[in-house]
Ligand binder design. Structure first.
Ligand SMILES: NC(=O)c1ccc[n+]([C@@H]2O[C@H](COP(=O)([O-])OP(=O)(O)OC[C@H]3O[C@@H](n4cnc5c(N)ncnc54)[C@H](O)[C@@H]3O)[C@@H](O)[C@H]2O)c1
Length: 484
């Protein structure tokens, strides 16, 4: 039935996905939605209908339900969406399932910590308008309300910044609150990288406690990479860890920052020097958010898409190249396709190496392509002269040229990717003065081990690798890579 191209809904018993073959078939060709409810509710429901042999024979049926849920948690966590069936009507639960079916999703596969990256997509919006008998609401707020209904928190707390609050935040909060009645707390931060500090995280934590947060509070980060890095860090610290959901509102955070569970703040000039790994429970991407981004911020986000394509996905690289003009014009279906591609790269790599283990076969460190020099350039500019994405673009050019100098990267790859960055409106001109100013900040590189940096180079398009190199050698090579 799964191989059949006719659209179908296949309702399976709770144990079906435990079988590796059924699981592989379901995840490769279908959208998988789990229906959840508290253990007691499941037990009460099981008393109606046919006898359940597993429960019937158990001395303590409630304990048996809990045991089965625990055994299945890893598999259920990998679903494209979970829909809670407690405290809602059958129609509301069915509508949540329809939203899960209509909107694309990627799963970051990490056992019990797996989570979906769900898209409130412009494409599905058009589809919804054409399908008069289906609900049309599938925006970020709706999907977040669905996630909250499943997580069942005591409070939900929105962390955003002043810019995003004014543009999207009020409507977002109003819509989620309308759909989901859990008490709300809000924290509004000052925007921008210069505010990505421990003091900002302290503000989030103090506000959370003052507004009555407890261990089942869910933090919802609504904003760019700065907000998600800080809210994620706060979520990992609050009461030793609460759940969080990321709703990225910049192109850069949709394509990269919101996914993967790296949280952090800058410490002085040391970029992302303090942080944790704390995976979100869901990421909800609405590409329409990019429509209000400032031109410079939007273009900056394209650099992380080029990075993901360059390190792991030649097809995405072709797509970005062929659709550069549509991307620059923010054509939403094109933006969605590019973000989806980059999010898939990031999800795959994070699933293969969650914590940047040097021995992992597909190392997460390859996602740092362009970031060694990029972070140093960003710090040298006081986190104010260059955006993160602009610094990454220059860092990619540096890594390409040094890769070529070391005999790793073919010239045509250097030229092609540099040209693409330039076509997209990103900076590619590395000056001696800029590199010289950046070199002192290379020592702050988190990937440094003693005097060696784990630099990332390309062997070809889509083929990145980590190459440890002495800091002094790398500095000299960057200086050779400047414009003459
Ligand atoms: N954790 C990770 O894995 C990871 C990966 C990549 C980057 N990052 C981090 O992400 C940060 C950069 O993220 P960013 O580029 O999103 O920057 P940002 O969060 O500073 O956002 C840029 C600006 O755009 C504003 N903004 C956000 N959404 C908007 C919208 N929809 N419309 C109008 N304005 C909007 C913000 O208020 C801010 O002023 C850096 O700190 C970087 O270190 C983290």
């Amino acid at each position: 039935m799964l191989g059949d191209s006719t659209p179908s809904v296949i309702a399976v018993g709770g144990g079906t996905l435990l079988h590796p073959k059924s699981r592989a078939a379901a995840f490769s060709s279908a959208r998988v939605v789990t229906l959840t409810a508290p253990a007691q509710t499941l037990l009460d429901r099981s008393t109606h209908g046919p006898v359940r042999p597993l429960l019937h024979a158990a001395p303590n049926p409630l304990e048996k339900v809990r045991e089965l849920l625990a055994q299945r948690a890893n598999v259920y966590a990998e679903a494209h969406a979970s829909v809670c069936t407690e405290g809602c009507t059958a129609e509301q639960a069915a509508n949540a399932v329809i939203r899960a079916w209509k909107n694309p999703a990627i799963v970051v596969s990490l056992g019990a910590r797996s989570y979906p990256v769900r898209f409130a997509s412009p494409k599905s919006h058009v589809f919804a308008q054409k399908s008069a008998n289906l609900p049309t609401t599938a925006n970020a707020a709706q999907l977040v309300a669905d996630v909250l209904s499943t997580l069942q928190p005591s409070h939900w707390m929105v962390v955003t910044d002043f810019t995003v609050q004014a543009l999207w935040g009020f409507t977002f909060i109003e819509t989620v609150s309308h759909l989901h009645s859990t008490p709300l707390a809000t924290v509004v931060l000052r925007p921008g990288e210069t505010n990505k500090t421990l003091a900002g995280v302290q503000t989030i934590l103090e506000n959370a406690v003052e507004q009555g947060a407890d261990r089942s509070t869910v933090i919802v980060a609504l904003g760019g990479g700065v907000v998600s890095d800080m809210a994620g860090l706060a979520a990992s610290l609050l009461f030793r860890g609460v759940k969080w959901v990321s709703v990225p509102t910049t192109l850069l955070s949709m394509a990269d920052a919101a996914i993967g569970g790296k949280t952090g703040v800058d410490l002085g000039f040391a970029k992302n020097a303090v942080g944790t790994f704390h995976q979100p429970s869901a990421v909800v991407i609405d590409p329409r958010h990019v429509t209000t981004e400032a031109h410079r911020a939007y273009v900056s986000g394209l650099s992380e898409i080029v990075k993901s394509a360059a390190v792991a996905d030649p097809t995405l690289l072709n797509y970005v190249e062929e659709h550069a003009l549509s991307l620059a014009a923010r054509d939403l279906p094109t933006v969605e396709t590019a973000v989806f591609g980059a999010a898939r790269v990031k999800s795959t790599i994070v699933a293969a190496d969650e914590r940047e283990d040097p021995s992992a076969p597909l190392s997460r460190a390859v996602l740092n392509f362009g970031h060694t020099l990029g972070h140093a350039l960003e710090a040298a500019g006081g986190f104010d002269n260059l955006t993160h994405g602009e610094a990454v673009s220059l860092g990619i050019v540096g890594a390409l040229r040094v890769g070529k100098r070391l005999g790793f990267t073919p010239s045509h790859v250097v030229e092609r990717i540099t040209q693409l960055l330039s076509t997209l409106g990103l900076p590619t001109r590395l000056t001696r003065a800029d590199v010289q100013a950046a070199l002192p900040y290379l020592v702050n590189d988190k990937k440094r081990l003693q005097n060696k940096v784990r630099a990332v180079f390309l062997r070809d398009e889509g083929q990145a690798f980590v190459h440890p190199i002495a800091l002094s050698d790398l500095s000299a090579l960057y200086l050779e890579a400047v414009e003459t």
